[in-house]
Design a protein around this ligand. Structure first.
Ligand SMILES: Nc1ncnc2c1ncn2[C@@H]1O[C@H](COP(=O)(O)OP(=O)(O)OP(=O)(O)O)[C@@H](O)[C@H]1O
Length: 234
């Protein structure tokens, strides 16, 4: 399998006056194209920091990170902008939809900036929202809003879907619907999905689980038989 993301001795330090906070202390990993990876870690373990580096939103203090052999460490802002725009779809805990745009229009926002987008109607149908395309976010449930957010991320046709606590604001049955949509995207398009979460239950459906502790990936586990999203419960 092809490696889509590779990190070597990746560190991130924050300087707070006299104090240096070591958020990532030298992380190594390979992520393969088409994998479903869950990064699990408690609060403060460095999850958001890792997400920001993988997503090209921030740059490492030292070490290396590559997207398909293209270095993101030390890359100019223009390269990172291109990477964020075309290679990565983002899904956040609180959806981040534009409140004054309908579901369809929210998805079109990302279609319009992407190089090789999918059809907004098709993606909305795949997330089960064919009959909700004209609704505004305030007229939808949390689970529906998150599915619009996933449709928006997927419509760009990115190679990586990067999800930050995607079920964090949802009850478990709604969360499972959202996980199902993420799994469908992963299996249907054979695209890489990375979920960053403190919810250990989600790890059951991963191909591999990265355990982040105190700024280090201290264990990587291959899941022998990933469960279906419907079987995940928390
Ligand atoms: N901008 C920043 N400036 C200073 N310190 C920071 C900054 N961002 C994160 N940190 C520190 O880096 C460490 C890792 O933080 P990070 O936000 O990556 O953890 P996390 O696992 O995402 O936590 P949570 O689940 O609570 O969001 C923490 O000690 C945090 O206080």
């Amino acid at each position: 399998m092809d490696i889509i993301l590779k990190a070597r001795k990746l560190t991130k330090f924050y300087q707070m006056g006299e104090v240096r906070v070591e958020a990532l202390k030298g992380v190594d990993f390979d992520i393969y194209a088409g994998e479903f990876v869950v990064v699990l870690g408690p609060s403060g373990s460095g999850k958001s920091t890792m997400l920001n580096l993988i997503g090209g939103m921030d740059t490492a203090s030292s070490g290396e990170i590559y997207f398909k052999d293209r270095p993101l460490h030390g890359a100019p802002e223009k390269v990172l902008t291109e990477y964020r725009r075309n290679a990565v779809g983002f899904v956040f805990q609180f959806y981040n939809l534009m409140p004054n745009l309908t579901a369809y229009e929210n998805v079109m926002l990302s279609v319009e900036i992407a190089k090789n987008p999918l059809k907004a109607e098709d993606v909305l149908e795949q997330v089960g929202l064919a009959d909700r395309t004209d609704r505004f976010p305030a007229q939808m449930s949390g689970g529906e809003q998150q599915r619009v957010a996933i449709a928006r991320a997927v419509a760009k046709n990115p190679e990586i879907l990067l999800c930050d606590e995607p079920t964090g604001a949802l009850d478990s049955s709604t969360g499972i619907q959202v996980l199902k949509v993420l799994r469908d995207f992963n299996r249907r398009y054979k695209k890489t999905v990375i979920i960053i979460t403190h919810n250990a239950a989600i790890a059951q459906m991963a191909d591999r689980v990265f355990y982040l502790r105190d700024g280090r990936v201290n264990r990587i586990e291959k899941v022998a038989n990933p469960v279906a999203p419907e079987e995940v419960s928390w």
